[in-house]
Design a protein around this ligand. Sequence first.
Ligand code: SF4
Length: 379
Amino acid sequence: MPPPRTRGTALRQQLAELRGPDVPAKALDARALAALAANPGCARRAILDGAGVDKTALASALGAPAAFGQSQFALTRGNAFEAKVKADGGAELLRLVHEKLDRSAEPPADARVPDLTATGPRGRTARTELELREATARPGEWTLLDHPMLALDVAGSPAFLEPDAVVVHPDGGWTVVEIKSFPLLDGSADPAKVGAAARQAAVYVLALEEFAARLGAEPDGAPAPYVRHRVLLVCPRDFSNLPAASAMDIRKQRAVTARQLARLTRIEDIAAALPEGICFSPERPAEELTAAVESVPAAYAPECLSACELAFHCRARSRQEGAVTTLGRPVRAELGGLTTVEEVLAAARGEAGDPGDPAVAALRRAAALRSEALEAACR
Ligand code: SF4
């Protein structure tokens, strides 16, 4: 077996070939990771994300464009709100962190806001890590890291993530801050949007913890910095442009995401099972692209519709195959070994299936009850 360094280079080369010649890699962000972790069994998504394929462009090239994402208007409004929250050296943002998460500390005054500029994601990550290390070594001070860059190992490849902000408290603790443009109405917001923000924040917390663990393992004997599991969500108050904040406990999302990311099939294994010469470049003809995408097993579920750019393509294929996955994960789980609608109907009619199988028995019982009900209705 070749040494790990050679294997890593060969894998990077293979992933670049999958993306297509001269196609730049699309970086994984926390939103994509949260969605990836929500469907860890999907090898298709894992390899496309691992290879940095632009799934939005791929879906369009397949003739099944994605139907979600933020409008230009929403992006502009979100950026303007974030700039307002971070104005004056982040004074308002730090005040909110102090008020919602760390009232016992000295109020933030003259907080440090280090320059995190560097070239490329690796350079920016190194710069962020340097500043985190330095800020943690200055007890009693507040530090605001504006758009830091964090690295997280995902299925054997580094993903570079950019939270809106990370605050280092006077006690050396680290807090993730998420700034969103959906409103907080009377102190509460759309639960689906808050849930998505919490899952995203959990990914950032995991990345911070990965670095904190590395710091803790250094031979100087200093304990690993502490990453807070309560993060700050900042949104516009009611329908104004004034910031309001709420502390979110993301322990549950963190635990779920960590478990799901650990279960992700290693990209190396998926790549090794692919046929020779396949390429996902959106420049390729639709027919060729369809064959390439279909060569990687997928795990479609209706949840994909709000989380993955390829959802319309995968749903269409799933329906064509009569796969029971289109009916949702709970139904799929109830049906055991029956994977197609045809098999399910045959089992219910008593034409196929093992009568000792609880799923088959339940289907036959349901079919009998249905017939009885129909007969009674016709009498
Ligand atoms: S839409 Fe397709 S590729 Fe995306 S996660 Fe679902 S099954 Fe996987």
